[in-house]
Design a protein around this ligand. Structure first.
Ligand SMILES: Nc1ncnc2c1ncn2[C@@H]1O[C@H](COP(=O)(O)OP(=O)(O)OP(=O)(O)O)[C@@H](O)[C@H]1O
Ligand SMILES: [Mg+2]
Length: 261
């Protein structure tokens, strides 16, 4: 499945209404069938890149001022978020967005709206989501606002899956969740990737978990992509993680070691 490029970000520059430039120069590509992690410290620009990809920046008074985002070879910057969603570019925003007063199942059903699917298709898609997230099946009648943080994140991801994504984009799915729950979520994402061929772009401050499950990663610093490479190679480099991601190295930096390609 890997090979052709499903998403390509080139020389992306963006700013918000406060005129502060949030992105200076971000470039990376994502091959079909790949999991790519976007890493970076607080404020590095991860969420801004993700919003730019789905053309959501105008909704938060931001704008792309240079560069391009191509999804399946076509610019996303001239298409509405709804049109991109229908084309299979589906984003799970940060903060486990679900409708707190609706049941888990009704939340999932909202994700299937707008693509003209038949009742039978929707029912089949629901079953698929419950197969990926058995915990949701057990909680299908529960009011979302009363479910756990992990269940709410799974609901948000499940809702995105109901839209039949080709590229799933997630902003910090681990945020505020216990390590075991985070592992559950990343395992499900990995299975969706390997068994279903889903391409995944995931922004994370938790580089340890992201690098464990991603194929490749790109690191942002002050709005620029400064390093990218194989996730395993980056994971082995405590010094790089310490330098760019503000994490304490387990050992002294190996300053003479070459950077991963
Ligand atoms: N809606 C907004 N209006 C103005 N400035 C913003 C807005 N959102 C983000 N910024 C600024 O843009 C820069 C990049 O922020 P962004 O949210 O993309 O970073 P991030 O890597 O996602 O950080 P975090 O890890 O905290 O989520 C920061 O300087 C931030 O203050
Ligand atoms: Mg963010």
């Amino acid at each position: 499945m890997m090979g052709d490029i499903i998403l390509s970000v080139e020389g992306l520059k963006a700013r918000y209404a406060n005129a502060i430039t949030a992105l200076e120069d971000v470039s990376f590509t994502l091959s079909r069938g790949e999991i790519l992690a976007v890493l970076g410290a607080n404020g590095a620009g991860k969420s801004t890149v993700l919003k730019a990809i789905s053309n959501l920046l105008p909704a938060v008074r931001g704008q792309v001022t240079a560069g391009s985002v191509l999804y399946q070879g076509e610019s996303t910057l001239t298409r509405s978020p709804a049109a991109l969603l229908r084309a299979g570019l589906v984003q799970v925003l940060e903060g486990r967005h679900c409708f707190k007063t609706l049941s888990v199942e009704d939340n999932l059903l909202t994700g299937g709206l707008g693509r003209g699917a038949s009742r039978a298709e929707i029912a089949a898609d629901l079953d698929r989501v419950y197969a990926w997230f058995p915990k949701l099946a057990a909680r299908r009648r529960a009011i979302s606002g009363l479910t756990s943080g992990g269940e709410q994140q799974m609901t948000a991801i499940g809702r995105a899956l109901m839209a039949r994504p080709k590229l799933l984009v997630l902003d910090e799915p681990s945020m505020g969740l216990a390590p075991l729950v985070v592992q559950d979520i990343f395992r499900a994402l990995k299975r969706l990737n390997s068994e279903d061929g889903l391409s995944i772009l995931v922004a994370e401050q938790n580089s340890a978990i992201a690098l464990t499950y991603a194929d490749r990663a790109v690191i942002l610093e002050h709005g620029a992509s400064v390093l990218s490479g194989d996730a395993g190679a980056l994971k082995a480099r405590d010094d790089i993680r310490a330098f760019y991601l503000g994490q304490k190295p387990a050992a002294a930096p190996a300053v003479s070691a070459p950077l991963p390609a």
